[in-house]
Write a protein that binds this ligand. Structure first.
Ligand SMILES: NC(=O)c1ccc[n+]([C@@H]2O[C@H](COP(=O)([O-])OP(=O)(O)OC[C@H]3O[C@@H](n4cnc5c(N)ncnc54)[C@H](O)[C@@H]3O)[C@@H](O)[C@H]2O)c1
Length: 343
């Protein structure tokens, strides 16, 4: 039986998951929801299902088996909590929340109602990265050096406000922090520094384009450049550098230094040199969709969703610890101070 899916938040990334669902015989799109009803309607017209403005109307009218939540970081909490109460399984895009209070509330609900969850950290399911992790599992990791460089600011209002999007560290670099945990295990403490280097003030007479990346933006209030130092539980050290200062290229990835091996991760691709030889592999063209298809398989009882909500909470905590360190003038912040009890 196809899994009956409801989509909540039908902006940018939702289109990717909607297209995946439309092309799969294991998924049926029964409803779309967006606070901008026209967007929900547009998605319904293109991909299927009925359009709603309120998520609880979607839940009540369509009784979906599962939802795919693609709302901005600030717009989480009730959407997932109400779904969990109704026994609706939850796929949620990263980051899972804007704050630890919000994430902890949803975590309680998904545990209490025992629904299947999956967070959209899709890099974890790229084959070359999985192989790199297997190779690293037999070695002591010394250094996890991650970066996320974006050549400008996504032209969305919530991106410019810390309390709505969480800035690049929460919103985007979370991919790298999560992948660092996937490769090297949990993080014990974080030191953070932030800066704003670029002048984001629009010139007089500036006409804002629709969408895309921009190099000036009214109301820009987030750091544009961030650096973290991470101490892993294993004793490995890590760094994260991220910046959205306008330049010419998009670049995200890692170097991992381990005993006897040096790994490079470039987007979803991986390569390494080790004493056993060299390896290089590009991700297959459909690698991105695996994070949703694996979740749907799990809802159908055909396997496990390997990136449950707890993982999203732990990865979010690293970003929040980074900001907390900034607030404390660069002092190290223990993850245990940030995480809910028991994680
Ligand atoms: N995994 C990835 O690679 C990836 C890529 C892009 C975005 N994302 C994540 O997906 C999320 C959404 O990003 P986006 O670029 O699609 O944003 P977007 O702004 O393009 O779309 C978000 C949509 O959610 C809607 N919305 C807001 N509050 C809502 C609510 N309470 N109920 C229903 N709809 C609501 C908005 O109207 C908007 O249409 C972000 O957290 C982002 O980090 C993940």
């Amino acid at each position: 039986m196809a899994v009956r899916l409801g989509f909540v938040g039908t902006g940018g990334i939702a289109n990717r998951h909607l297209a995946c669902a439309q092309n799969s015989t294991d998924m049926e799109i029964v409803g779309t929801c967006d606070v901008i009803l026209d967007r929900a309607q547009e998605a319904a017209d293109k991909y299927g299902g009925n359009a709603y403005r309120d998520f609880d109307d979607l839940y009540d009218s369509e009784s979906p088996d599962a939802i795919v939540v693609c709302t901005p970081p600030f717009a989480h909490g009730d959407i997932e909590e109400e779904a969990a109460k109704r026994g609706i399984h939850i796929f949620v895009e990263k980051p899972v929340a804007i704050s630890m209070e919000m994430a902890a509330r949803v975590l309680d609900a998904v545990r209490e109602h025992d629904v299947i969850t999956q967070v959209g950290y899709m890099f974890r399911l790229s084959d070359p990265i999985v192989k790199a992790r297997q190779m690293l599992a037999e070695r002591a990791i010394a250094m996890v050096q991650a970066h996320y460089y974006m050549p400008g600011l996504p032209n969305k209002g919530w991106w410019t406000k810390l309390e709505l999007g969480g800035g690049q560290l929460v919103e985007q670099a979370t991919h790298m922090l999560d992948l660092g945990r996937f490769l090297a295990g949990d993080v014990r403490s974080v030191i953070g520094k932030v800066s704003t280097v670029h002048d984001w003030t629009p010139p007089a007479g500036y006409e804002e384009p629709e969408g895309g990346l921009v190099s000036v933006k009214e109301g820009f209030e987030i750091p544009d450049t961030t650096a973290l130092i991470l101490e892993y539980e294993s004793g490995a050290m890590g760094t994260l550098s991220c910046s959205l200062v306008p330049q010419v290229s998009w670049d995200n990835g890692f170097k991992v230094v381990a005993e006897g091996a040096l790994v490079t991760i470039d987007g979803a691709n991986a390569s390494w040199q080790s004493e056993d030889g060299e390896f290089e592999e590009a991700a297959p063209s459909d690698w991105y969709d695996t994070v949703l298809t694996q979740f749907v398989d799990a809802v159908q009882g055909k396997g496990e969703a390997t990136i449950p909500y707890e993982e999203g909470v732990k990865s979010l905590a690293i970003s929040l610890a980074g900001y907390e360190s900034v607030n404390r003038g660069g002092a190290a912040v223990e993850l245990a101070e940030i995480l809910p009890d028991g994680l």
